[in-house]
Design a protein around this ligand. Structure first.
Ligand code: C2E
Ligand code: MG
Ligand code: MG
Ligand code: MG
Length: 282
């Protein structure tokens, strides 16, 4: 049937496009209710020191178990939350919950929290961070905000100013998924990032023998060192990859090899001091 027949037969045209728009509408409807329905939960993934192999931080990663749609991947709902600006209330919830959880860990363990550009350009961003810290009692120096290069695509001035505000509070800021965006290196001069996170694609590439990936990791590590920033390699899955990353001079490692994203209870168990008397007595 050709399109020019017209009349109420739209379902014949591009059915896949139509279905995905409808799916999106339903997903958005559910996402709007997700927080009040208690469907969101944070997982925590260890970040370890590359040499001592001890946990130095956990990255908070959002999970959505929807009553309507089942488990929905962040790769799907985060972009939708950004487009609809639902990421603003959701992101505030993430900040509050992650800080509350981190305050339970020993004080040398930090927390990494992902923040979207839409959150940063809200005038209320820095006050939201201040409130999350105050409510949880978490020291500002234990919070590292993660942003991607996409924050420099639009409203770079506003986003940069917001990051400077949270840095002035004593928080750190990491540049996530480094090397996968479009931006220039210019902003590395302007903002004092604490950490550059080398994207998993370079780690995978180098592990599969790509000299280009290897060269890029080397260059990023050298650049970070001279800028007095640290490096974290993302997506390290094997002991071989961990050894390679260590030999390249990355400071921190994150990936399935050292730990998958886990529940708050499991994360807590990994870092809580072993109390005398809690061992099984024979
Ligand atoms: P990201 O910030 O780069 O987080 C790392 C992603 O890599 C996580 O995916 C993590 O589960 C995954 N990962 C970690 N180690 C490995 C590994 O060894 N192998 C593989 N294959 N994957 C690994 P996840 O949890 O699906 O999150 C995807 C993205 O969604 C995150 O990427 C982040 O950009 C976004 N996201 C997650 N939680 C939040 C949040 O609370 N707020 C915002 N704004 N974005 C979030
Ligand atoms: Mg991240
Ligand atoms: Mg990342
Ligand atoms: Mg990533």
């Amino acid at each position: 049937r050709s399109k020019d027949l017209g009349g109420g037969e739209h379902c014949e045209y591009e059915p896949s496009l139509h279905a995905s728009a409808e799916e999106r509408r339903q997903l958005e409807f559910s996402l709007r209710k997700a927080l009040e329905r208690d469907e969101m939960v944070l997982n925590f993934q260890p970040v370890v020191d590359a040499h001592r192999e001890e946990i130095v931080s956990f990255e908070a990663l959002l999970r959505w178990q929807s009553k309507d749609h089942g488990f929905v991947s962040p790769a799907k709902f985060i972009p939708l939350a950004e487009e609809t600006r639902l990421i603003v209330p959701i992101g505030t919830w993430v900040l509050q919950q992650a800080c509350i959880e981190a305050a339970r860990w020993p004080s040398h363990i930090k927390v990494n929290i992902n923040v979207s550009p839409e959150q940063l350009i809200e005038p209320d961003f820095a006050p939201t961070v201040v409130r999350a810290l105050a409510q949880s009692g978490l020291e500002a120096s234990r919070l590292e905000i993660e942003v991607t290069e996409s924050i420099f695509m639009r409203d770079a001035q506003v986003a940069g100013a917001a990051l400077e505000e949270v840095m002035a509070l004593g928080c750190q800021v990491a540049l996530d998924d480094f090397g996968t965006g479009y931006s220039s290196l210019g902003y590395l001069r302007k903002l004092r990032f604490s950490t550059i996170k080398v994207d998993r694609s370079f780690v995978q590439g180098a592990a599969q023998g790509s000299n280009e990936s290897l060269a890029i990791i080397r260059a990023v590590v050298a650049m970070a060192e001279s800028l007095e920033m640290s490096t974290t390699a993302e997506g390290v899955e094997t002991s071989e990859e961990a050894a390679m990353i260590r030999s390249l001079g990355c400071n921190k490692i994150q990936g399935y090899y050292f730990g998958r994203p886990m529940t708050d209870v499991d994360a807590r168990k990994l870092v809580e001091p072993k109390l005398p008397g809690t061992q099984i007595s024979l």
